[in-house]
Ligand binder design. Structure first.
Ligand code: UDP
Ligand code: UDP
Length: 466
């Protein structure tokens, strides 16, 4: 062993899964010369049964990966504040112990690197004080990273919350798409949200790291990667060395889901898959409207429906997925569509579905993991962003990667009509535009494989430099 590499993910399942994939990559690439230690923040955000069983499986399958759970903290839900504000609080109160653990580990073995999540920036300065090389792992792409690094500058140019600037548009150099102020990631929309200042804090500290590892690859985001490595811009915005080493995606395990047998019975590339991430749920009214649109489209579909939110608080903390599908759908819908559609509650193994021969399109909330999985599977998209940095991803997908059709969300409360759903599904599956997107997705799939294909692959080279 040449030492250990300590990973410090933020407490969301997606962030932990991505960090574990990075750990696996390091182990594989260096033939187990390093061991991996993962500091695990504990609290209601990270102690769900899914996370506990996931951590358990990884520990058993990969003996060189060990988890070091930090002391659990419970976060007061009063006064009511955003999901992220509470998550940041949990991360903040865990920082001291994380640093003490890092110091302990470094007494026992050489810590070759400390790799942290953007949301775990509080640990950056103290890790540097321990003389441990400290890197970020960006679980989003290069376009989003460029925007994050630019935040502190943009924030200084305005005095109002971005949510109150409906007509303001930010321009980025390097040919990146423009971004409307109201499409900024949620915590940056409102200056009164405690999470706002923390995001600015994270962004302004990023340049102090020894480098940023990014889950993307050169050919997926050539302009953004070029911008991040452009000396002049990097000097102005202060960008540390960038390592695009993606696409890193989890294969979703080997369990079988009944929807895969249903897909086996559908014609090649005929099914539109509809899934909105781990948290993307719609109001009952919106669910019924989507159903109407799907029915009118005449297309085959596989639709993952999450429990409609009861209210804000339950949306954040209720992990049960129980609800009545029949009652949520329009009357008689499930019966009428049974020959060509399937509706599944809560969860399917997405990567397996996307790689299935029968899937020809994907309506997505544009979470970055979903984007990368669609790229690797070569499936074109309809983009319907919901939260976090997904509007940014939508712009990149539509204007820049040219692999998605956007859903019109111009209605004031974001409501999307059944007519619009029908129109976009037909466009994806039946039109010339859809065929062009399919071709683009096929090419991106090839370049995704080439990025790690041989010594000339861009991600492999970036990883070697790192
Ligand atoms: N996951 C799973 N089963 C579940 C829920 C989640 O296997 O019932 C895993 C899955 O591997 C996926 C990840 O959780 O990659 C999604 O995490 P998520 O994006 O939910 O975390 P967030 O960033 O929203 O906190
Ligand atoms: N996912 C899945 N099945 C589902 C919903 C989500 O396997 O029914 C996985 C998906 O493959 C991806 C992750 O969960 O790996 C979602 O991550 P993403 O970044 O797309 O969105 P988030 O959930 O973080 O908003």
């Amino acid at each position: 062993m040449q030492g250990t590499i300590v990973l410090y993910p933020s407490p969301g399942m997606g962030h932990i899964v991505s960090m574990v994939e990075l750990g696996k990559l390091i182990l594989h690439h260096y033939n187990n010369h390093f061991s991996i230690t993962i500091l695990l923040i504990n609290g209601e955000f990270s102690s769900s049964p899914t996370i506990i069983s996931y951590v358990d499986t990884i520990s058993k399958t990969y003996p060189s990966i060990s988890f070091h759970p930090l002391t659990p903290h419970s976060i007061d839900i009063f006064p009511p504040r955003s999901y992220l504000a509470m998550a940041f609080e949990l991360i903040r109160v865990s920082t001291l112990e994380a640093i003490q653990s890092l110091a302990e580990i470094s007494k026992r073995s050489k810590v070759s690197a400390f790799i942290i999540d953007y949301f775990c920036t509080y640990a950056l300065s103290e890790a540097k004080d321990l003389n441990i090389p400290t890197y970020y792992f960006s679980t989003s792409g290069a376009g989003v990273l460029a925007t994050f690094l630019n935040f502190p500058k943009i924030c200084k140019q305005h005095t109002k919350s971005f949510k109150d600037l409906p007509d303001t548009v930010f321009h980025f150099p390097g040919g990146l798409p423009d971004l409307r102020a109201i499409n900024m990631p949620d915590p940056l929309l409102d200056r009164d949200d405690p999470a706002y200042l923390e995001m600015v804090y994270f962004s302004s500290h990023m340049p102090k790291a020894d480098g940023i590892i990014v889950n993307t690859f050169d050919d997926l985001e050539p302009k953004a990667v070029r911008l991040l490595t452009d000396e002049e811009w990097a000097r102005d915005v202060k960008v540390p060395p960038i390592y695009p080493i993606g696409p890193l995606i989890a294969d979703g395990g080997d369990f079988h889901h009944e929807c895969l047998s249903w897909l086996d019975r559908q014609p090649s590339k005929s099914v539109v898959f509809m899934c909105f991430g781990s948290r993307g749920s719609f109001s009952k009214k919106q669910v019924k409207e989507i159903a109407k649109g799907l029915e009118m489209s005449g297309q085959r579909f596989l639709w993952v429906v999450k429990k409609p939110p009861l209210d804000e608080v339950s949306k954040q903390t209720d992990h049960t997925n129980e609800f009545d599908l029949e009652e949520t759908m329009p009357q008689g819908f499930l019966e009428r569509i049974q020959d060509r559609g399937k509706v599944v509650k809560s969860w399917v193994p997405q990567m397996k579905v996307l790689s299935h021969e029968s899937v020809g399109g994907f309506m997505t909330h544009c979470g970055w993991n979903s984007v990368l999985e669609a790229v690797v599977a070569g499936v074109p998209l309809v983009a319907w962003p919901l939260y976090a940095e997904q509007h940014l991803n939508r712009n990149l997908l539509v204007e820049y990667m040219e692999m998605a059709i956007p859903v019109d969300q111009s209605d004031e409360d974001g409501f999307v009509s059944g007519d619009e759903v029908e129109k976009r599904v037909r466009e994806l599956m039946e039109s010339e535009k859809g065929r062009q997107l399919k071709e683009k997705s096929r090419k991106l799939k090839e370049s995704a494989f080439a990025a790690w294909g041989d010594e000339s692959g861009s991600s492999l080279r970036a990883f070697d430099v790192l």
